[in-house]
Design a protein. Structure first.
Length: 248
């Protein structure tokens, strides 16, 4: 839980307040056959921001295919299906951040590398923020003579192609795993949407990049990851997991 200084719209100090958000996860996975696996996660979510609080329930579900030689995998995941049961205010129910993902990975047969490609937020093509009064209609450029219209039309076509590329690549996340030993891996990745939206013009600060490592000790798996969101900071993640079936 973090403490913050509060100010009103006239910049008058109103006192300190606290904020905290919690998500608890319960997951279950099951082989569907020799090549397919499925899983589901239930996530109760609680948030407290100053005097406002909210409670919701979300579900993640996914299916994965793995080739017989274990070199190729493909998966599809739906994240954050659910709703708010308690809202911050009485008349403002907010949707959960639904995310539909598809991804593939390929391990190199004779080298300790696995390449990853993921497309996120597939339920919505345009992830950009539109500016006020932004006009995208090419026909509004025409009208000052045939030559000028053609020049403007070509410029708009080029701009539209660039816009289409920018919107498309925002869905892409790429990564690579390096596994020099069976119980050790090092990974790195890049999120194009995060990189485009959170970098500064004069200094990117590594926005969009992430890296991590993990290893296995006895029956436990330890992992650490760092995701860079902005030049001002990053998030760090530490996990300790085990497979209960190994104790049975």
């Amino acid at each position: 839980m973090e403490n913050f200084e509060g100010y009103d719209e006239t910049d008058q100090y109103t006192g300190n307040f606290s904020a905290a958000e919690y998500a608890f996860m319960l997951s279950y996975a099951q082989p569907l056959d020799s090549n397919f696996n499925g899983g589901i996660t239930v996530k109760p979510i609680y948030s407290q921001l100053e005097k406002y609080s909210s409670f919701g329930l979300a579900f993640d579900a996914g299916v994965e295919y793995e080739s017989d030689n274990n070199l190729f995998t493909a998966s599809a995941v739906v994240r954050n299906l659910g709703t708010q049961f308690v809202t911050y205010t009485n008349q403002n129910q907010e949707p959960l951040p639904l995310d539909v993902l598809v991804g593939v990975s390929q391990k190199l047969q004779y080298a300790p590398f696995r390449l990853h490609l993921t497309l996120h937020n597939m339920q919505k093509f345009d992830l950009t923020y539109k500016k006020e009064n932004e006009e995208e209609n090419i026909f509004n450029l025409l009208g000052d003579g045939e030559t000028e219209a053609k020049e403007k039309g070509f410029t708009q076509f080029r701009n539209n192609a660039e816009v289409f590329f920018q919107k498309s690549i925002r869905h892409l996340i790429v990564g690579v795993d390096f596994t020099p030993f069976k119980n050790l891996y090092v990974s790195a990745g890049y999120n194009f949407q995060r990189g485009y939206e959170l970098k500064l013009e004069e200094k990117t600060g590594g926005a969009g990049f992430s890296w991590g490592f993990g290893f296995k000790v006895a029956k436990f798996r330890v992992s650490y990851g760092r995701a860079i969101y902005h030049v001002a900071g990053a998030s760090n993640h530490f996990s300790l997991t085990t497979d209960l079936s190994e104790f049975l």
